[in-house]
Design a protein around this ligand. Sequence first.
Ligand SMILES: C[S@@+](CC[C@H](N)C(=O)[O-])C[C@H]1O[C@@H](n2cnc3c(N)ncnc32)[C@H](O)[C@@H]1O
Length: 359
Amino acid sequence: MSGPSGLSPMTGGFPGDRAAGVWGASDTGRRNLPFFEDPAHSELILAHADTGFLPLKYAYAGSAAFTHAALASTEGYHSVVGTAELEVGVLMEAARGAAPTQVAEIGPGTGEHTLAFLTLLQEAAAAERARGTAEFPLPPDDARQAGFRYLGLDFSSTLLTMARGCLATGLAVDGVPFGPFDVRTALWDVEQARTDRVGAWRRDSGPVLMCLLGHTLGNLGDPVGALRHLAASARPGDLLLVGLTLYPRDASPDAILAPYLNDVFTAAVLEPLRAADFGAEDVLFEVRRRGRAVVGDVTFARRVDKSGHTYRPGQRVQCFFSTRFLPNEGLEIVRQAGWTVQSYAIDQPAEHLAIVARL
Ligand SMILES: C[S@@+](CC[C@H](N)C(=O)[O-])C[C@H]1O[C@@H](n2cnc3c(N)ncnc32)[C@H](O)[C@@H]1O
């Protein structure tokens, strides 16, 4: 429940066990034993907590990938990430007759959104070929020769493994199973710097479509900086597809809190702290609205000493930040990062914006 000022009640500790219903039996061990996928994350998380700001990327890595997967199966999460229909629709409008065959995606998460997106993209490309409107028509029975390739890039190696598994289960193009589709993954922190991985993976000819879907951009501290890193990793002529969540036009301002006022979300955000061995009694968690953003803060309930770091009662750490854009803001962020907007679309309830831009 949200109070008049947009405050949610403070909740103590880690609700992971209360959210246990979302876990399958085989995940029980993982849920009970939080883990880092990179031992360096332990000290990095403590150092970030010292500064009062813990980047959200840690809430996707190691055991946090599993709490994220639980969150990604909720209706609230789906209401935030938007649909592949909107994204593919605007992409095909901008790249008419030239559906991209090289897709590099930053932040595929569990891979479910990616699977829906690639499925629709392949269907749209196949329809173009069947109509004879494709710029480079292919024999209809030879999707493999199109050289469709996908590169998933993420901070979380655990999520990349999940995404690969998800893609391996599902995609079929004109009856051709997903197998021939070339799927690669690589680690990349899009907030840190550019990457060479896209250049090393791409073919010499043809544009790459770079995707940042599911409002991933809205959860980053510096969205323009991240898009600049994408631009610096791409070539002139490459395409960018961004999916963003909009600030609701008609609903009450606090409506943006709704997807976050539940134990599954709290467990997902707090999992890095649980992995860093903080106890349920050490922290209180609060979600509130700040302007057009949702902010999640941890407050230490008592003094905690850990590996040379000291946290005092009342000390706060911001663990979550997700802003809701106005349409023009979304377009401006893309332009500021050096991309030229080609096309954009807003869905019917005006909740999501998909933007296609070219470098
Ligand atoms: C909100 S999830 C979105 C997942 C998916 N695109 C969807 O629509 O459901 C954010 C994704 O971005 C990744 N991510 C977050 N911060 C990142 C960073 N700094 N560098 C690379 N990937 C990051 C996460 O690991 C996760 O896969």
